[in-house]
Design a protein around this ligand. Structure first.
Ligand code: NDP
Length: 348
């Protein structure tokens, strides 16, 4: 993730300065204070943790999406109970993180009372990494899982056309002796954002990630992005996971399926208006207070078995460096962000 652009000039900025700049940039694009106050810290956190595929790289997309009117920056999503353990949220065509924030207290009350809660978000756009959605729940001691469907980008099961998206999924669990373990990954071999980063850096991607417009394997990011396709991780097994996510996030939550794109009225809109599903479970209900110790025991066993890198390790390592030294961001991203905040960005 970090290495693709490491030869490009960078600057260092504090978390609070970056967050403030992002808030201003979002507001210049038409977001209100409430929405910008949720999205700004999320994009800053992606840069802080080295998740560049879903950090400042996306700001031009946010800008084009908001200015085109494709997504709303003033949404006030509405969360209601559809059943005792099911909270549904109408995102009011805003961003999914704002919808999740609107569901948070109702979902937590539900978990407190009944031990678990499912959150189904529809009519909302997801344009980011998923770990920020889960981390606050796992920090409260909950096990949390989420899936999001995205625009159709994958060819699978011998098909020729793209139907399913890169459909990301994330899982988080608390542990006794450290921050929660969270893994967060696309259903494609690599997220499309990594291919965008490679194109920006003028570098090829690894083999096995994507196909060109004629269905031939390629390592050229432009050939994958311009009419080509991405491949699911793990062949038919990843394809099955991508299918499950499409069902949970879209069919069940009421969002658009990945191929149901209706952007003709806002061609510059870059985000996908799909669905998101989250499951929150209080593990103490089944495992008692010992649960975080059990996950720590499991992690220790994996490390003793020689596992040198667990999910979250790299992200938390980047976070620690950013907190100590400031966040290293691309100079070009910084200049674009400043221009956005001042209202002089070149719209794309
Ligand atoms: P990666 O393949 O880079 O990483 C996936 C997970 O595996 C991470 O938790 C990572 O840990 C861990 N990991 C990576 N390499 C190793 C390794 N060698 N050993 C052990 N663990 C490892 O992610 P993707 O490219 O699949 O996805 C990147 C991001 O894109 C995700 O945040 C995803 O949510 C997002 N995305 C969002 C979409 C949307 O529509 N909103 C669509 C598709 C993707 P660590 O956290 O420490 O890096």
């Amino acid at each position: 993730m970090h290495d693709q652009t490491s030869v490009m000039p960078t600057i260092t900025i504090s978390d609070s300065d970056l967050t403030e700049l992002l808030r201003r940039a979002f507001q210049r694009c038409g977001m209100d204070e409430h929405n910008a106050g949720i999205l700004g810290p999320i994009v800053a956190a992606a840069e802080r943790d080295g998740a560049r595929s879903h950090g400042l790289l996306r700001m031009a997309g946010y800008e084009a999406t908001l200015r085109s009117g494709w997504a709303s920056g003033i949404a006030r999503p509405v969360a209601t109970h559809a059943a005792p353990t099911i909270v549904v949220v109408d995102g009011q065509n805003g961003f999914a993180q704002v919808a999740l924030a609107a569901a948070r207290s109702l979902a937590l009350e539900t978990v407190d009372e009944l031990g678990m809660a499912a959150i189904c978000i529809r009519n909302a756009h997801h344009f980011a990494a998923l770990w920020p959605d889960l981390e606050p729940f796992a920090e409260r001691g909950l096990v949390a899982l989420t899936v999001v469907n995205s625009r159709s980008r994958l060819v699978l099961w011998g098909g020729k056309n793209k139907v399913l998206g890169t459909n990301p999924m994330a899982f988080a669990c608390p542990r006794a002796d450290g921050p929660p373990i969270i893994w967060d990954q696309a259903a494609s071999v690599r997220a499309q954002g990594e291919v965008l980063l490679a194109r920006k850096a003028g570098k090829p991607v690894a083999e096995g990630i994507g196909l060109d417009a004629d269905g031939n394997p390629t390592t050229d990011p432009a050939a994958i992005l311009d009419g080509g396709a991405l491949l699911p991780f793990g062949g038919h097994k990843g394809a099955g996971i991508a299918f499950m996510i499409e069902v949970l996030a879209a069919a069940m939550s009421g969002g658009h399926l990945g191929f149901e794109e209706h952007r003709s009225e806002a061609p510059n809109g870059r985000s996908f208006n799909g669905g998101q599903f989250l499951l929150l479970i209080d593990p103490s209900r089944s495992a008692g207070p010992n649960f975080p110790m059990r996950t720590s025991t499991l992690v220790s066993a994996l490390r003793e078995a020689g596992a040198t890198r667990l999910p979250s390790d790299e992200r938390l390592h980047r976070r620690a460096i950013s907190i100590r030294q400031g966040i290293e961001i691309l100079e070009s991203d910084y200049r674009h962000l400043l221009a956005m905040a001042e209202g002089t960005a070149i719209r794309s």
